[in-house]
Design a protein around this ligand. Structure first.
Ligand SMILES: [Zn+2]
Length: 123
């Protein structure tokens, strides 16, 4: 279900800008070694995977809106996205990855500092 996968969303770009400001060297939109999953931003050596979840597509509790037209179809789609996110997290953790997820509305600088902490913790 790649139809909802959008690259270079404003949230991803903001996070990447904040990561660069911290001199963190990342790769984007990579298939993670040892898994068949992709991450928006990855630190392959440290095995830290970062996702920026769109408020609409992933059902953000603050900004997720439930369209009134075709409501049940949208609800099923967004809930399927959330189940897939959860499944991805489990698969990556099972393969030894640290998984970080941020909402697209999150402050990018705060998110980047969280990534820096995870990288430090991963050694
Ligand atoms: Zn949101």
């Amino acid at each position: 279900m790649l139809a909802t996968r959008r690259r270079d969303t404003p949230g991803e770009i903001a996070l990447r800008t904040a990561l660069r400001a911290l001199n963190l060297r990342y790769r984007i939109d990579v298939t993670l070694p040892g898994t068949r999953r992709r991450a928006d931003v990855a630190f392959v050596g440290a095995k830290v995977a970062v996702f920026v979840d769109g408020c609409f597509w992933h059902g953000c509790p603050e900004h997720g809106t439930w369209p009134k037209a075709n409501a049940s179809w949208w609800r099923a789609k967004i809930e399927a996205n959330r189940r897939r996110d959860n499944d991805t997290d489990l698969a990556l953790r099972a393969a030894g990855w640290t998984v970080l997820r941020f909402w697209e509305h999150a402050d990018a600088t705060v998110a980047a500092l969280g990534v820096a902490r995870a990288l430090k913790a991963s050694g």
